[in-house]
Design a protein around this ligand. Structure first.
Ligand code: ANZ
Length: 845
C-alpha cells in the first residue's frame, strides 16, 4: 500500500492469522517451557466496552511477550454466559435467554477477533453450554460426597427485585444488591451451601504465598473478608438450663470484668431463653425482635448507634468469679458471628459500656491502663526509695464517669490470679484457668460465612439433586449428567421467589434413582460464581467429554501464571476460585493449591472522571476503533500510564497514537537494504540505542511498565528516522536492525501495523512468533565524559563520569578528590558552581 491505511491492514492480516493459527497451544511434543496467561472471561452482555479494550490489550502484551521469549503460551478465551441479565432481558423483551446470550456471544466474539488478541480460539468455551455445565454438576456432586455441599435453613439475603437469594459477597457495603440495587432483606429459607468456612485458615494462610505477586490491596481485602479473630470460647452455666452457653471472646483476660451477657435477638438461643419467661417479658422481646429485623446488618454494626435491648430475666454464672449476671438481648450482637452471644465487659469494650450506662448495669475495671506494661514506657522519675513517682495527671480509671471504655494495654487488677499480668500473659493464663475447670478453651472465629450457592432463577446450572418422596436427598447419578435445562417455551420466567424450573412439570418430575418411585428434581440453579470458580481448568481440555479436565494437563499448564482482570473481583470470584482449587487439590485432581500465581488489576477507563457504562454513556469501543483503528486504540490503552492506574479518556490521544504508528510504518517502507543483513555494521550511535532498547525491554515488560516501553520505542523511531533522513541513510545496516527491532517490539501493542512492517522488511508472517533478540553486550557500555574540577579557577582534578551524572553526585565526587581536598586546605568554600557532567568549580577564601 502506498499510504498507511489501518482498515486495509486489518482486512489483510486478520484472515491470514486465522488461517495460520499462530496462537494455538498445546501440542504434546512441544518442548518449550510453558506459560498460562489468562484474562478474566467476560459476561456477554452486548458488545465489548472500553474496559474490555483495556484489559485485553494489557493481557495480550504479556501473552505476546512470552511467546517472543520462546515460551509455549496458553492464552484462551471464553464466556461467563449464565446469569441474570440474560433472564431479565428475556422477561423484559420476551426473547429467549438462550438466543439472547448466544447472539451476544457472536457479536462480542466478532469484535474480539478484530481486536486481534493473540488467543487460541480452538479452546473457546461458554459456561452455558451443556458441555461445560455438566462439569459444574460433577463438581457439585464431588463437593456433596465430601460433605462440602449441604442444605440448611437460615436467614439469608433476599433481593426483592430479582426475587432471589444472594451470597454475602453480593451484598454491597450499603446493604444493597450488587446486581439490582435493591435494599437486601433477610428471609429464612432452606438453601444449598458450599462449606468454604472449612477452608478459612488455608484461604487466609496461603495468601502469604501470593505476597508480591498479587496487588497488596486485594490481599488485604481477602484477609479482611475472611476475618480471622483469635481468642477463646467460654462456657457459662445458665440458671434453669442444663446446657451451658458458649461465647466467643478475643479478650479472655477480662473475664473478671464480665458483668452481664448479651445474646442476639434473632438467635435460636434468645428465643429459647425467653420461652420460659413471663408474658410481659415475652411480649417485650417479641416487639424488640420485630424492630431488630427491620434494621440492616450495617446499622447493627454501627458502633455509634444508640444502644437498644431487652432483659430476658434469665441469669448466667461467671465461671471465674461465680457471680450471677443478667442476660439481655440486644441487636449489636449478631446471630451469625461467633456463637451469637457475648460476655459483656463494659469497662473495656465501648459497645458494652454504652449498653451498661444506658441500662444501669455494673462496670468493673480489670485492666489498669495507667500502669506501664513494658519497663521502658513511660520512663518515670524515681523517689529517694527508688519507687516510681506516678504523675498526678493520669486519667482516672473510671469509664462509667467518662463514658470511655479503657481499651488500651495495661496491667491486670481485680482479677485474682491474673493480677499484675500484661494483656498477652493474662490471655494465656485465663485460657489455662478456663481449661483447668473445663469451662473454656482457645478458639478462633471468622467473618467468612459458608457460600450460599442456590438461586431461584432459570438461566443457570441445574443443581443435580433429587428430592425423594421420603424427604431424602438423592444425587443424580454421574452417568446421567448433564441435567439439561428444559426449553424455555411455556415457562414463566417472571421472578416469584421460587425457581421457574419448579413449574416445568416434564422436567421436575423424575423417577427416584434408588427405586424408580416418583421424585422431584431440585429446581434451583447454581450461583454463576460456581461456573467461574474452575473455568481456568476447563480451558486445558475444553472438548473432553469424559472429564472436567485432564489432571496431567493441569500439571503441565496450571496454575495460571498471569491473571489479568478488574479489582471488582478482589473478593468474590478470586476467593471462590481459590477455595475450589483447594478442594480439587484435596480430592487429588490438581497438585497445586492456588489457582493464580500472579494477578494484575487493570485500572478503569473513565470519561469525565467517572466509569463508562451503557447507562451513563461515554465512549464506545467499537466507535473509537472505527475512527482510529485497532492498533491505535490498543497502543493508547497501554501508553496511558501504569496498567493499574485509571485512564481518563479525555487525557489520551488515539490520534497521536495513530500518527506514531504511521511514522513507525514509514521506516519499514523506507529501508532499502535486503533482509537478513548481519547485525554487525552500520551507524554506531543508532546501534547503541537499539541494543540498549533490546536490553531494557524485557525487564520493563515483565514489571508491566508497558508505557515506558512505548516511550522508548518512540525515541528509537525518532532516532532511526533521523539516521535515514540526515545520517547514514536508508541503506545503512543499523537502520534495518533498528527497524526490525521496532517492528518486533511494536507487535506487542499494534499487531496489524507490525505485521505489515514485517512484510515490508521482506519477511513472511508472522512477526508474532519472532524471538526477541539478545542485546550485544559490547554495545551496552555506557559512554563516559571527562569532568573537570576547578578551585578558584585552576584545574585541580579530572575524572571520567557518566554523561547522566547528577549535579549532586558530581559535587560529592569532587569533594572526595585528594587533589581538591589538598588545594582547598583549611580555606572556606564560599561558592560552588556545578555544570554536570563536565565542570564543577569551587570558590574558596
Ligand atoms: C469480651 C470482650 C472484652 C470483647 C473486651 C472485646 C473487648 P472481633 O475482633 O470482631 O472478632 N463478639 C463476639 N461475638 C459477637 C457477636 N456475635 N456479635 C457482636 N459482637 C460479638 O470481635 C470479637 C469480640 O466481639 C468478642 O470479644 C466479643 O466481645 C464480641 F474488652 O468479648 B469480646
Amino acid at each position: 500500500a502506498p499510504e498507511y491505511d489501518i482498515d486495509a491492514l486489518q482486512n489483510k492480516w486478520l484472515p491470514v492469522w486465522e488461517q495460520l493459527k499462530p496462537f494455538a497451544s498445546g501440542n504434546a511434543d512441544d518442548k518449550r517451557p510453558r506459560k498460562y496467561i489468562l484474562d478474566m472471561f467476560s459476561y456477554p452482555s452486548g458488545d465489548l466496552h472500553m474496559g474490555h479494550g483495556e484489559a485485553y490489550a494489557l493481557a495480550d502484551v504479556v501473552a505476546r511477550y512470552w511467546r517472543m521469549q520462546g515460551f509455549n503460551v496458553l492464552h484462551p478465551v471464553g464466556w461467563d454466559s449464565f446469569g441474570l441479565p440474560a433472564e431479565n432481558a428475556a422477561i423484559k423483551r420476551g426473547v429467549n435467554p438462550r438466543d439472547w446470550t448466544y447472539r451476544n456471544i457472536a457479536e462480542q466474539k466478532a469484535s474480539m477477533r478484530r481486536y486481534a488478541t493473540s488467543v487460541d480460539w480452538d479452546r473457546e468455551l461458554a459456561t452455558s453450554d451443556p458441555e461445560y455445565y455438566k462439569w459444574n454438576q460433577w463438581l457439585f456432586l464431588k463437593l456433596y460426597e465430601k460433605g462440602l455441599a449441604y442444605r440448611k435453613e437460615s436467614w439469608v439475603n433476599w433481593d426483592p427485585i430479582d426475587q432471589t437469594v444472594l451470597a454475602n459477597e453480593q451484598v454491597l457495603a450499603d446493604g444493597t444488591s450488587d446486581r439490582s440495587g435493591a435494599v437486601v432483606v433477610k428471609k429464612k429459607l432452606t438453601q444449598w451451601y458450599f462449606k468454604i468456612t472449612d477452608y478459612a485458615d488455608r484461604l487466609l494462610d496461603d495468601l502469604n504465598q501470593l505476597e508480591g505477586h498479587w496487588p497488596s490491596k486485594v490481599l488485604a481485602m481477602q484477609r479482611n473478608w475472611i476475618g480471622r479473630s483469635v481468642g477463646a470460647d467460654v462456657d457459662f452455666v445458665i440458671e434453669g438450663r442444663d446446657e451451658k452457653v458458649t461465647v466467643f471472646t478475643t479478650r479472655p483476660d477480662t473475664l473478671f470484668g464480665v458483668t452481664f451477657m448479651v445474646v442476639a435477638p434473632d438467635s435460636d438461643l434468645a428465643a429459647e431463653l425467653v420461652s420460659t419467661g413471663s408474658d410481659e417479658t415475652k411480649a417485650a422481646f417479641a416487639a424488640y425482635l420485630e424492630q431488630t429485623q427491620r434494621s440492616t446488618e450495617i446499622e447493627r454494626q454501627d458502633a455509634t448507634r444508640e444502644k437498644t435491648g431487652v432483659p430476658l430475666r434469665r441469669f448466667a454464672v461467671n465461671p471465674v468469679t461465680k457471680e450471677r449476671i443478667p442476660i439481655w438481648a440486644a441487636d449489636y450482637v449478631l446471630a451469625d458471628y461467633g456463637h451469637g452471644a457475648v460476655m459483656a465487659v463494659p469497662a473495656h469494650d465501648q459497645r458494652d459500656l454504652d449498653f451498661a450506662l444506658k441500662f444501669d448495669l455494673p462496670v468493673v475495671v480489670v485492666v489498669d491502663t495507667n500502669a506501664p506494661v513494658t519497663a521502658s514506657i513511660p520512663v518515670l522519675d524515681l523517689d529517694e526509695n527508688g519507687v516510681a513517682i506516678l504523675p498526678d495527671d493520669l486519667p482516672p480509671l473510671s469509664p462509667s464517669k467518662t463514658g470511655e471504655a479503657l481499651v488500651g494495654e495495661g496491667r491486670m487488677i481485680n482479677s485474682g490470679p491474673l493480677d499484675g499480668l500484661s494483656r498477652t500473659h493474662a490471655i494465656k493464663r485465663a485460657i489455662e484457668l478456663l481449661g483447668s475447670t473445663g469451662s473454656g478453651r482457645a478458639a478462633k472465629t471468622y467473618r467468612l460465612r459458608d457460600w450460599l450457592i442456590s438461586r431461584q432463577r432459570f438461566w443457570g446450572t441445574p443443581i443435580p439433586m433429587i428430592h425423594g418422596a421420603d424427604g431424602e436427598l438423592v444425587p443424580v447419578p454421574e452417568d446421567q449428567l448433564p441435567v439439561l435445562l428444559p426449553p424455555t417455551e411455556g415457562l414463566d420466567l417472571q421472578p416469584k421467589g421460587q425457581s421457574p424450573l419448579a413449574a416445568a412439570a416434564d422436567w421436575v418430575n423424575v423417577p427416584d434413582p434408588r427405586d424408580g418411585s416418583a421424585a422431584l428434581r431440585d429446581a434451583d440453579t447454581m450461583d454463576t460464581f460456581v461456573d467461574s470458580s474452575w473455568y481456568f481448568l476447563r480451558f486445558l481440555n475444553p472438548n473432553d467429554d469424559s472429564q472436567a479436565f485432564n489432571p496431567k494437563d493441569a500439571d503441565k499448564w496450571a496454575p495460571v501464571d498471569q491473571y489479568v482482570g478488574g479489582v471488582e473481583h478482589a473478593i468474590l470470584h478470586l476467593l471462590y476460585a481459590r477455595f475450589i482449587t483447594k478442594v480439587l487439590f484435596d480430592l487429588g485432581y490438581v497438585s497445586f493449591t492456588e489457582p493464580f500465581s500472579a494477578l494484575l488489576n487493570q485500572g478503569m477507563v473513565l470519561s469525565g472522571g467517572s466509569k463508562m457504562s451503557k447507562s451513563k454513556g461515554g465512549v464506545n469501543l467499537g466507535d473509537v476503533i472505527d475512527e482510529f483503528g485497532v492498533d491505535a486504540i490498543r497502543l493508547t490503552m497501554v501508553f496511558a500510564g501504569p496498567p493499574e492506574d485509571d485512564i481518563n479518556w479525555e487525557d489520551v490521544s488515539p490520534a497521536g497514537s495513530a500518527k506514531f504508528l504511521k511514522r513507525a510504518w514509514r521506516l519499514a517502507k523506507d529501508v532499502t537494504s535486503a533482509p537478513d543483513v548481519e547485525w554487525k555494521t552500520g551507524d554506531a550511535a543508532l546501534r547503541k540505542q537499539t541494543h540498549r532498547f533490546l536490553q531494557d525491554g524485557p525487564g520493563l515488560v515483565e514489571s508491566f511498565k508497558f508505557n515506558v516501553v512505548v516511550a522508548r520505542l518512540m525515541e528509537l523511531v525518532n532516532a532511526t528516522r533521523k539516521t535515514i533522513d540526515t545520517g547514514a541513510g536508508p541503506a545503512d545496516a543499523a537502520v534495518r536492525e533498528a527497524t526490525e527491532v521496532i517492528t518486533v517490539a511494536l507487535s506487542l501493542f499494534a499487531p496489524y501495523t507490525a505485521e505489515e512492517m514485517w512484510e515490508l522488511l521482506g519477511y513472511e508472517p508472522t512477526v508474532a512468533l519472532v524471538r526477541w533478540r539478545k542485546a550485544d553486550p559490547t554495545l551496552l557500555v555506557e559512554d563516559s565524559v571527562m569532568a573537570v574540577v576547578q578551585v578558584n579557577g585552576k584545574v585541580r582534578d579530572k575524572f571520567e563520569v557518566s554523561p547522566k551524572i547528577s549535579g549532586e553526585d558530581l559535587e560529592a565526587l569532587a569533594r572526595k578528590s585528594e587533589a581538591v581536598i589538598r588545594s582547598i586546605g583549611d580555606q572556606e568554600i564560599v561558592n560552588v558552581i556545578v555544570r554536570a557532567p563536565r565542570v564543577i568549580s569551587f570558590a574558596v577564601k
